[in-house]
Design a protein around this ligand. Structure first.
Ligand SMILES: NC(=O)c1ccc[n+]([C@@H]2O[C@H](COP(=O)([O-])OP(=O)(O)OC[C@H]3O[C@@H](n4cnc5c(N)ncnc54)[C@H](OP(=O)(O)O)[C@@H]3O)[C@@H](O)[C@H]2O)c1
Length: 251
């Protein structure tokens, strides 16, 4: 039986490119997002390149928690099995805490953390029922250290979702069939950072290059991976351990 992957946030950026690359590797896919016109276009593109692939499209707002559970259950029933779930949907609105923009920080928290919790619960429900599966969480390099201003809440949500998976990893340690991957992407071109000019951020890589590193780490079932590995794996050590006065000057 062909292995199956459900990807949330598949309508643009990293999610759409993961779909292209996983289809190239022979997986059948369930693509979820709010913009179903984009998903339909992506499905047509993938099926034209890989006519044997089965691609299911589902409209999903991940902040509608009931919908998350029903879509995940429906996809698992449609395919007969869900081998991997990539919790990828996310956003990056934010403002310094205490400056009157609780609305923006709350929206980020609800999408990146609470909705990711719903997706993780829904995925684990399917995995427990079928006694196995691979959960992939798209966190961020920003998860590795508390960060200031506009990104404070975003970084906290990404630390939170990484911790959810670490808890599951501990719970399922030694149980065959269950795999857990946390990805910590650096700067990868997507709609989220469309406004950032290449000259402004020399560490930004193309969507294809960044996602190739993500897919390689997922396929190897790495427990966790900074992607792309360079410069982010060595930088992760600096981020975690640099004394605050040094760290403050770096960011
Ligand atoms: N690009 C980077 O440099 C970078 C670095 C670190 C981490 N990340 C993480 O990578 C993930 C993908 O982001 P991206 O960079 O590819 O940005 P993107 O191009 O803006 O894609 C975000 C995706 O999330 C979906 N999404 C947002 N809110 C949603 C909601 N309420 N319900 C359902 N889907 C929702 C969007 O789909 P719809 O709008 O169609 O629903 C879209 O497909 C995010 O979790 C992000 O935090 C990205």
């Amino acid at each position: 039986m062909t292995a199956t992957i459900l990807i949330t946030g598949a309508s643009s950026g990293l999610g759409a490119e993961m779909a292209r690359q996983f289809a190239g590797l022979g997986y059948d896919l369930a693509l979820c997002a709010r913009r179903t016109d984009r998903l339909d276009e992506l499905k047509a593109e993938i099926v034209a390149a890989h006519p044997d692939r089965r691609i299911e499209v589902r409209a999903l707002d991940v902040t509608d928690h009931d919908a998350v559970f029903s879509v995940f259950r429906d996809v698992a029933a449609t395919f007969g099995r869900l081998d991997r779930v990539v919790v990828n949907a996310g956003m990056a609105k934010g403002a310094p805490l205490g400056t009157g923009r609780f609305d923006a920080n709350r929206e980020t928290a609800m999408t990146n953390f609470v909705a990711a919790l719903a997706q993780t619960e829904a995925a684990m429900e399917v995995f427990r029922a079928q006694q196995g599966g691979h959960l992939v969480m798209v966190s961020s390099m920003s998860a590795l250290r508390g960060l200031p201003k506009e990104i404070t809440c975003y970084a906290a949500t990404k630390a939170g979702v990484a911790h959810l998976v670490e808890g599951l990893r501990t719970e399922f340690y030694g149980k065959p069939g269950y795999d857990f991957t946390v990805l910590y992407p650096g700067y990868i071109r997507s709609e989220m950072n469309d406004g950032v000019a290449a000259a402004e951020n020399k560490m930004m890589v193309s969507t294809e290059k960044g996602v190739t590193a993500m897919v390689a780490a997922i396929e190897k079932k790495r427990g966790s991976a900074c992607v792309p590995p360079l410069p982010w794996a060595p930088l992760s050590v600096v981020m975690k351990h640099a004394p605050l006065p040094v760290f403050r000057r770096l960011i």
